[in-house]
Design a protein. Sequence first.
Length: 179
Amino acid sequence: MQSVRVRTLILAVAFTVVGGCAGTPDLPEDRLWGSPRQVESTPLGGEALAMMKREMARAHGDMLHFHETLAALDARGDRSGSIQFSRFVDAYMGLHLEPLLASAWQSDHPELAALDVNLRFAVADVLIQLRDPRRVQDVIEEIESRYRGRENMLVEYPIGSQSPLSEGLRLLRERKWRG
């Protein structure tokens, strides 16, 4: 009889201890894995870096194709097609590009900085075609803040040619109102 009581007492203590450990910790957000700050500060190397490069290169290629498609729709005067395609592009940018470009570390990474800035210029150029100067201005300000001090860095802007970052930003500012 006493061994049953001892076992019951041991089980009660074990459940109390396990229950106490199962509570949600009040840890700062940056200590939790998967939080934006934790992911942003995680250094990439090896396969993870190669995967990020591929993802950014693919997104850049997508934006260049979207740019061409929007130009072709505009040249044909296909207003209905432009509206439908612009909805798709806007959704793509919100679901795919915003998370990809949200972290600040890739702007400083020596192997990703050029891809990052060129992708941002391609996004801005597509936004010009979508006639959204407010969002173009947001991209310009983001590029200026992330790449301050690197104005001589070569970028692929206008699309299809290269220019220093400062010249690319000047051209982008001029184009944002002309569409």
